[in-house]
Design a protein around this ligand. Structure first.
Ligand code: FEO
Ligand code: CA
Ligand code: CA
Length: 684
């Protein structure tokens, strides 16, 4: 039988992986975008060095840092009432774990327990997980696949015994989820199951008391699946615009579904923001400059997913669906406390491959959301709301706060170094001032309701934000993943995960903010807004980490000279109650040869830059969604274990996580394959 190209099983493996991920992860997660030229071919000027404007590094950082600590705490306490200074977790760092190890490794004296796994039933009438007999209907009632963002939000008045977990399901791996088939009907059903495994899950957790492990509550009234058929409303200046209208939604204000939800952020008013990241790979669309700038495939050969074969709206070549592709690539807001609420797509935050969005509250009550566009040579953005946050948790305050992201100003970042260009040689060797650092500017794209981009109106700026940012001269970065403000100090941390094309051929050369050519291991940038005011349009920055092994050439650990854990490909960031930074990784096996990890990084004092590895995930998995609860007994760390055993197949599974046959055994358990899961790590 001949199978049409669009109906071929998803896993005809690419033979290359030019980034640090496995070929399978590249194919499935990002639609092989690293195998193609980066879509940012704009002539947008590269980073300019301005040695003539050199300033005292220590003076600038010292002053900003002192201010941050003085002001940021109160600011942060207002934004995140549950946070403050604590003591932090006590653990002995683990050694890095060889990449072939199918085990979750935690520090001595700690143990791990799954909280919820792919396929676990969420509702009373949900079907039990049965991988041999999956259906779209069963998956819609179960926890989705490849969990990424996570938060665990304790419920008011529950004395630490009830919480709600909100989890993104970024993408699927049909090759290990389903038995191989060439039957078109079976393939179509597998596609529908995979679609149903995308989106988000909201699920209640309970425990018997502090320090006890959490369990999920099947059938809780809070439990919810948000998926690719869930109804969303569209907010902000582009809502209703012609660029968002389709034949199913001629007014451009209602979208079905969300997909490729990567990371996210919990707002101070208790909702969750989720980034629609590699949305391009689910579509085919006409070859327009706008679609090209987002890497939207024009033919079946460019994507393995081909959702349009079971849902025609994903074929944006078809009359009436040309704009469907413009209805993805947004930050979405979900209220986990109201399972009947309609989630929202916020056009005011711009459309790009959002890794996530994280909010900080300014002293005047306006809220600021930071977000990165995760692709090579893309940009870092921030949104500043027009309205001010209402304090308190009344119904009226909550309703008001859920409108904050609908109107405001949108900016993109330009970074300028303070060292001579000649000293940035592309190897990662520090310049003579011993810091990769400098100043920066937030360039307005939309301000006071008006476009600041010549030739584009507000809706065009928001729908085609990448093109708008090209025109104002934003700095091309090495794949911005999480960009998140520290709730204790207010400083902002950006994980720049890697960019093997930096400085290669006609691509942008190394610059002080992205100082290594063929940057395989990534770096972490620390940004301090002027006056520690997140609404400021100017900032200082420095590189906290230039990742890799401690003895590797061109690595930097914040100036710390003691022993550190190796770290590569930083992805998600989180903070504990002391303000220490936690970083999860995605891609270490391909660079430094170790399983992906979760690390704690000290930011303040003599130990600044000290990296300590807390855990390692099983082979072929990435670590996602770290959440650190350190003010409760001995503490709990939650992670999402995403894509364990990704390079296996149905018949040759590479991981049996987390259902190993017995504690301590790494052999095949109840089901002979991996289940992406939320895991809690707690004291033994
Ligand atoms: Fe889905 Fe940028 O990682
Ligand atoms: Ca410098
Ligand atoms: Ca990520």
């Amino acid at each position: 039988m001949t199978i049409a190209p669009e109906n071929r099983p998803l896993l005809a493996l690419a033979a290359h992986a030019r980034g640090k991920r496995s070929p399978v992860t590249c194919r499935l997660k990002c639609g092989d975008q690293c195998a193609h030229d980066a879509p940012n071919t704009s002539g947008n000027e590269y980073f300019r060095d301005v040695a003539s404007r050199a300033f005292s590094r220590r003076g600038a950082l010292g002053a900003a840092g002192a201010l941050a600590l003085a002001v940021g705490t109160a600011d942060a306490a207002a934004a995140h009432p549950g946070h403050g200074h604590g003591r932090g977790l006590r653990f002995t760092p683990i050694d890095p774990v060889p990449a072939s190890t199918d085990a979750l490794t935690v520090p001595q004296g700690w143990r791990w327990t799954p909280v919820i796994r792919w396929g676990d039933p969420l509702f009373r009438h949900s079907e039990e997980f049965d991988p041999e007999h999956q259906s779209e209907r069963s998956q819609l009632g179960q926890f989705g696949y490849n969990c990424d963002y996570l938060d665990v939000i304790e419920l008011d008045g529950s004395h630490g015994r009830r919480a709600v977990a909100v989890v993104n399901h970024e993408y699927t791996n049909e090759g290990i989820m389903f038995p191989p088939t060439t039957d078109p009907d079976t393939l179509a059903e597998q596609k529908r199951i995979a679609m149903a495994a995308h989106g988000l899950s909201v699920v209640e957790l309970r425990r018997s008391g502090e320090g006890r492990p959490w369990e999920y509550v099947r059938g809780s009234h809070l439990n919810r699946r948000v998926h690719v058929q869930t109804r969303f409303t569209v907010s902000g200046p582009a809502a209703g615009h012609r660029l968002l209208r389709t034949k199913d939604d001629p007014v451009g204000r209602t979208v079905l579904g969300t997909q490729n939800n990567c990371s996210g952020g919990t707002t101070p008013w208790g909702t969750v923001l989720s980034g629609e990241e590699n949305f391009h790979q689910y579509f085919v669309a006409a070859a327009t400059p706008e679609n090209a700038r987002y890497g939207i495939p024009t033919t079946v050969s460019a994507t393995g997913r081909n959702w349009w074969t079971v849902d025609p709206r994903f074929d944006a070549r078809q009359p009436g669906y040309e704009n469907e592709v413009n209805r993805f690539g947004w930050v979405v807001e979900v209220d986990p406390m109201d399972p009947d609420s309609t989630p929202v797509k916020h056009t005011a935050l711009g459309r790009f491959k959002h890794e996530s969005a994280n909010v900080r509250v300014a002293r005047d009550g306006r809220v600021v959301a930071y977000s990165g566009d995760d692709e090579r040579f893309e940009y870092v953005y921030k949104f500043v709301s027009e309205k001010r946050m209402a304090r308190g948790s009344s119904r009226a305050a909550r309703a008001h706060n859920k409108t904050l992201l609908a109107s405001g100003d949108l900016y993109v970042a330009r970074f300028t170094g303070d060292s001579p260009a000649a000293e940035i040689d592309g190897t990662g060797t520090l310049p003579s001032d011993e810091r990769f650092d400098g100043r920066g500017e937030w360039l307005p794209l939309v301000k006071n309701g008006r476009s600041r981009v010549p030739g584009m109106d507000v809706a065009e700026v928001l729908v085609f934000t990448r093109l708008a940012a090209d025109r104002v001269g934003a700095t091309k970065m090495d794949r911005p993943e999480d960009v998140q403000p520290n709730p204790v100090t207010g400083r902002v941390y950006a994980a720049l995960t890697n960019n093997t094309n930096r400085g290669v051929g006609a691509n942008a050369p190394a610059d002080e903010a992205n100082p290594r050519v063929t940057n395989r291991e990534g770096h972490v940038l620390e940004l301090t807004e002027d006056r520690n005011d997140p609404t400021s349009t100017r900032f200082s920055w420095n590189l906290l980490l230039v990742c890799g092994t401690p003895d590797g050439a061109g690595t930097y650990f914040g100036g710390y000279e003691g022993p550190v854990s190796p770290i590569s490909c930083p992805d998600n960031v989180a903070f504990d109650s002391t303000g220490a930074l936690w970083i999860s990784t995605d891609g270490q096996p391909g660079t430094i040869g170790y399983c992906d990890a979760l690390h704690r990084v000290t930011l303040e004092g003599r130990d600044r830059g000290k990296v300590e590895q807390f855990l390692a995930v099983p082979r072929e998995a990435e670590t996602c969604g770290p959440v650190v609860h350190d003010r409760d007994g001995a503490g709990t760390v939650f992670v999402c274990v995403q894509h364990p055993g990704e390079e296996g197949s149905w018949a040759d599974q590479h991981s049996f996580f987390p259902d190993y046959a017995a504690p301590g055994s790494l052999s095949r358990g109840r089901w002979g394959g991996p289940r992406p899961s939320v895991v809690q790590v707690h004291r033994a």
